[in-house]
Design a binder for this molecule. Structure first.
Ligand SMILES: Cc1cc2nc3c(=O)[nH]c(=O)nc-3n(C[C@H](O)[C@H](O)[C@H](O)COP(=O)(O)OP(=O)(O)OC[C@H]3O[C@@H](n4cnc5c(N)ncnc54)[C@H](O)[C@@H]3O)c2cc1C
Length: 470
């Protein structure tokens, strides 16, 4: 291992996430106190469950809501993510448009723009200090193929609700005024993104929801979801509505094993950069940053002057297995370290303090769903394909409207009530995802070493086979 970005003596692998280490892992709330009656049972206390409870209570304060959480609120992806509160859609706009018409996809996109501001407004109103700064995001091209793809995204996005003021292609000089990345030829800039501290948002929301009268039962595992019942290891909650909010953990529930693939994403966080390094990089704002690689990396500058960088190094474990407490697999940390070195060579020598992973939910058609079946009272939301930080809020508002039969614009958005085919059984699932990411990494290597602006044909084939192409 080179001395660049080497793990420091304080390095932790797993430990849920750096965000929880920074904040302090919370003491768990009490488990479910035996069989209970409620109006709504919510399974999982990540952002989806918490936002749903928040809006249900906001509309109908006397509703009896019980949240059932296996560990503690924010233990899952909601307390481990990259902190991109972003208006990027939870799925392919083209696919939503083909199924429901272009106007419908545009409505979803406009709702996502509003959602970023809604989260910021609620955090402000409720006194949640989640280190939020809305400086937008930069999607950076580091080779000619990436640059061409960025340019090709623009007309596609323009056709689906992104106006000129929502998205601009900027050149290398303009990019250099915001951040200096060696070899970068330009970027897409959007103002619709804010940096957050994920665990602070999860913890703050859980406290707000609890104060509003919602019961959050922690260390309580739901073993079965049936119409009118959520069965747990501490008793059964009988409720008219039972809502699943498990995203990447859905495959652990009986009857839902192949619904959403638990895709692993991993992150590292560095020590704070010395100010000389920040000066050299010239990154003075809090923009979120990603590259346009097929196996892309996502980056945030933390409030305490570190860099947190993530990517999908080992994207899937055989049989939909998940990490226990965020530990990474294989050479994940080394792979992310290499990306850090490429993007920020000026910071070489700065150490890495933490590495962790988590799971997000990927449906077979790479598009998210929100649904409530009025006949059975069963509902669910998720499959945000890595864009869940903001979309969980939109999903929560939508679930609340569906449960309360509110005739809002949200209940007709194109992600409502979709049915999606299941993932293939093993070993096809494992072979497929492994092959997909091997192909993306190969395509990225080819494009990195090439002067051609053509996207590697390997990536085109992988997109088509996986269903990821929108
Ligand atoms: C490393 C990483 C980086 C990411 N970065 C970003 C990003 O920067 N921007 C973005 O938009 N999205 C990002 N995502 C995705 C985003 O974090 C998720 O889509 C979102 O947090 C999902 O929230 P959720 O509440 O639906 O699920 P989760 O937060 O995963 O919550 C599910 C909860 O269910 C609980 N649970 C599991 N099984 C049971 C059971 N049987 N009974 C009861 N409870 C159970 C879990 O403990 C967990 O608390 C990232 C994800 C990961 C893993």
């Amino acid at each position: 291992m080179s001395a660049d970005f080497a793990p420091t003596p304080r390095f932790v692998d797993g430990g849920i996430s750096y965000w929880w280490r920074d904040l302090g892992e919370p003491a768990c709330r009490a488990p479910l106190a035996g069989d209970t009656d409620a109006d709504v049972a919510i399974v999982g206390a990540g952002y989806t469950g918490l936002w749903t409870a928040y809006y249900l209570k906001a509309h109908q304060p006397d509703l009896r809501i019980v949240m059932l959480e296996k560990e503690f609120a924010g233990f899952g992806a909601s307390g481990r993510n990259g902190g991109w509160l972003s208006a990027e859609p939870p799925g392919q706009l083209g696919r939503y448009a083909r199924a429901h018409g272009r106007e419908s996809a545009v409505r979803l996109q406009r709702a996502m723009f509003h959602t970023v501001d809604e989260v910021i407004a609620v955090a402000g109103r409720e006194g949640i200090d989640a280190h939020i700064v809305k400086d937008g995001y930069l999607q950076v091209a580091t080779n000619p193929a990436q640059q061409r793809r960025l340019a090709e995204h623009v007309p596609h996005l323009r056709a689906h609700g992104w106006a000129p003021e929502d998205l601009q292609l900027i050149d290398a000089a303009e990019l250099g005024e915001r951040v200096r990345i060696p070899g970068a030829s330009g970027a897409l800039f959007s103002r619709h993104c804010a940096r957050i501290h994920p665990a602070r948002l999860a913890r703050g929301l859980a406290e707000v929801v609890e104060r509003s009268g919602v019961t959050i039962a922690e260390e309580t595992t739901v073993t079965q979801v049936l119409p009118g019942q959520a069965v747990t290891d501490h008793g059964t909650v009988r409720a008219q509505f039972v809502l699943r909010a498990l995203e990447g953990f859905t495959s652990g529930l009986e009857g839902h094993r192949r619904e959403w693939l638990p895709m692993a994403s991993s992150m590292v966080v560095t020590e704070p950069f010395p100010s000389a390094v920040w000066n050299e990089i010239g990154w003075r704002g809090a923009e979120l940053l990603s590259d346009e690689a097929h196996a892309f990396a996502y980056v945030q500058q933390t409030r305490d002057g570190r860099i947190a960088l993530g990517g999908r190094a080992v994207p899937y474990r055989y049989g939909s297995q998940r990490d226990a407490r965020g530990e990474t697999l294989g050479n994940t940390v080394e792979q992310l370290r290499e990306v850090l070195g490429r993007l920020f060579p000026a910071a070489r020598g700065v150490g890495i303090d933490h590495g962790w992973s988590g799971v997000l939910g990927v449906p077979r058609d790479w598009c998210a769903t929100v649904a409530v079946d009025a006949a059975t009272g069963l509902g669910h939301a998720g499959g945000y394909v890595g864009h869940g930080v903001a979309s969980t809020n939109l999903a929560g508002r939508t679930l609340a409207d569906l449960v309360l039969r509110r005739d809002s614009d949200l209940v007709t958005l194109p992600w409502v009530g979709r049915t999606v085919r299941r993932w293939e059984p093993e070993p096809l699932r494992w072979l497929g995802v492994r092959g997909l990411y091997a192909a993306y990494r190969m395509a990225d290597r080819q494009e990195r070493g090439s002067a051609s602006s053509r996207t590697s044909p390997v990536a085109h084939v992988a997109d088509r086979i996986s269903g990821r192409a929108g």
